[in-house]
Design a protein around this ligand. Structure first.
Ligand code: SAM
Length: 249
């Protein structure tokens, strides 16, 4: 699927990425999609659907981060389409990061830096905390968990761009509560205009209003297992992050 605004070189890099993804996918589980046209439509074009919002919040020379990047969605297509933005891609699975390193080498993408690790730990590293202008994450976790993982990484005034499906009312309600605890606020949650990708997407936009308290994110697994703002089995929302962090250290 040619994207008119991209140069011939960028289109070629996107095709190269698709071919590498499908080839490696025979050995490493990177995507359930096997058909090249489906990869173009459901993964690559779907990633590029974020470009108008990315361009709203991120300028040339800024830094962006894609967490839980996996096989590189949406980070690799966005880094190809916006080579003047410096991208950091993070994933917890070594084989996926090794694949991404091969993509960076094969397609010569100097604007991508890779980290293998869990965001719960990397977000406490001083050189990464509060660093990025924009954060993206697709198919990684629930909205409140994404806010807990993502808000500590972005600078005050920075933005999370979180593509989600259509049925997100419950997650969104929890995310509103979580945002208050984490120094963020939900800016919008609009269904994206039809782009012919065959995927219905709600884009949740979250802004960082002030620095996230140092207790977040909690120790690995906690943001997903016990999302902030979601009722716990006992009925009350989980608001006590301090104890979890003390256990972590
Ligand atoms: N974003 C890609 C996509 O849309 O195709 C990958 C989605 S895959 C379902 C989720 C990825 O998130 C996995 O590769 C997993 O290793 C990574 N992940 C989940 N939780 C994570 C965490 N806390 N820190 C780093 N990576 C994480």
């Amino acid at each position: 699927m040619p994207i008119p605004e991209l140069t011939a070189q960028q289109q070629q890099q996107l095709r190269g990425y698709r071919d590498l993804l499908l080839e490696r996918n025979t050995r490493v589980n990177l995507t359930a999609i096997r058909d090249p046209e489906e990869v173009d439509r459901r993964l690559i074009a779907e990633s590029l659907r974020l470009l108008p919002m990315l361009d709203t919040y991120c300028a040339n020379g800024d830094e962006a981060v894609d967490i839980g990047s996996g096989g590189g969605i949406p980070g690799v297509p966005l880094a190809i389409a916006r080579p003047a933005i410096r991208w950091t891609l993070i994933d917890a699975t070594a084989k996926k990061v090794a694949f991404l390193q091969d993509v960076v080498n094969a397609l010569s993408l100097p604007n991508i830096v890779l980290y293998h690790g869990r965001v719960e730990e990397l977000a406490h590293e001083p050189h990464m905390r509060g660093r990025y202008r924009v954060l993206t994450a697709r198919a990684v976790s629930s909205l409140p968990a994404l806010l807990e993982l993502g808000l500590p990484l972005v600078r005050t005034g920075g933005t999370l761009l979180l593509p989600k499906g259509m049925d997100i009312a419950e997650e969104l309600a929890a995310a509103r509560q979580a945002a208050g605890m984490l120094g963020g606020s939900i800016v919008s949650s609009d269904v994206l205009p039809d782009a012919g990708t065959g995927v219905d997407t709600t884009l949740v936009v979250v802004s960082s209003e002030h620095a996230t308290p140092g207790t977040y994110p909690r120790r690995p697994g906690m943001p997903a297992r016990s999302p902030l703002g979601m009722p716990r089995r006992g009925g009350e929302p989980d608001q006590d992050a301090t104890k979890s962090h003390v256990e972590r250290t």
